[in-house]
Design a protein around this ligand. Sequence first.
Ligand code: HEM
Length: 449
Amino acid sequence: MTRDSVQGTLPKASVAESLAVLNDVFVPNVAKGVLIRRPKVVGMAERLGLDRRAVHRLQQLNEKYGSGPLMLQVPGEKTMALVLDPAHVNRILEQSPEPFATAEQAKRSALEHFEPDMALVSHGSERAERRRFNEAVLQSECPVHGLGERFVKVAKEEADELLHTTRQRGDSLDWDTFFETWSRVVRRVVLGDTARDDHALTETLGKLRAAGNWGFMHPGRHHLRDALHERLCIYLKRAEPGSLAAEVARVPTNDITQPEHQVPQWLFAFDPAGMATFRTLALLAAHPEHARRAREEAANLEQHPTPELPYLRACVLESLRLWPTTPMVLRQSTETTLWENGAMPSDTSLLILAPYFHRDDRHLASANRFDPDLWLQPEGTGTWPLIPFSGGTGICPGRRLVLLVTSTVLARLLSHREFRLDPPSRLLSSKPMPPLLNNYDLKFTLGGY
Ligand code: HEM
């Protein structure tokens, strides 16, 4: 696009409309907790249908102003724009980090609390090196990570132990019990078996994430941050075989890489994977026909050291489409950018609200249905942005690893027991899938096959 082909100015929302976006989109998402969820607020957001309100607000603005990007009038110096058009999403994600930097201001002020030198909040040559390192350790382009066999073994062992615990607890499963297991899987995969019961590490990170939820409004917990990094360095030095820490030792690094700033991201980003797994259990409990297909596939778990499990992966992806765990994907422009209908100033924060695209019932027939087949089409067949893992050059480098671990845990659980929602009316296939599913209050009763 050249300056000559650009006509007019970008549409601008009124002050009242801009405040309505702050109120319906930013306030609920920030209140739910950007880096670590506040379960009570998540419950309230579910009851009040706040996520639907956010999608409706953007649809209204799209109908009034067209494809945008729509400039918002926000208090202070900041310039912000809403991305409303699928082609614009694809462009922004493809053209990251120049001219659309991943290191957006709000994201930086949140992550600075414990990983100021993480790839996502770095720019230029620093970002390039740290992104390279993340891709190398997480083997982001390999269908199955080189340590996949080991990760599958860990996932199976912990799932078995969870099944054992549920039997002792009267065949019932709640979030806290599930999350204990999940955190063990995560620590073993990332740091090794010696970290299995290092709850203190998860707690320390939890406190720093809670501070990060407040962004620049929190003064920071510097001692705690140093303590976290020291603890992580011990594990990284140990480089336990079969863990990502061992990969860190194998992959070349330099003064810029700062592995101990990358590792907290891996640990904390595994949390949403646990949320997605638990919600997938709920989706399958509510959709017996899909559960049957998932169980049939789960039988493959015993036949291969790293089974593919495409259907279960698609179910997890569906859970992430319906209830994305990173609902706000943010970028910041590094120069003046040109759009069909105007120029956008440098330093504008661009908001891509994933649910606006994922749940757009004007364009997607299964916007509000559980439809794993959406993810079983050959790759690259659709251009509609379904972006639970972001997309383009900044796509989550952990996505394949996440899908390996989540699908394995689900396969192990489903091949041994039947999971029924308690009460069964908590989620019903006869109704549209709700705008949000509070994972913290989901409960299951386990039956035998
Ligand atoms: C369900 C689980 C997960 C989801 C939904 C998810 C989603 C995302 C998204 C949306 C981004 C881009 C954020 C942005 O552009 O601001 C991202 C970045 C990232 N994710 Fe994940 N993620 C998950 C789990 C993981 C795990 C387990 C790891 C590592 C083991 C990981 C590693 C990373 C890294 C290193 C980045 C930064 C990439 C960069 O700097 O370009 N993620 N993830």
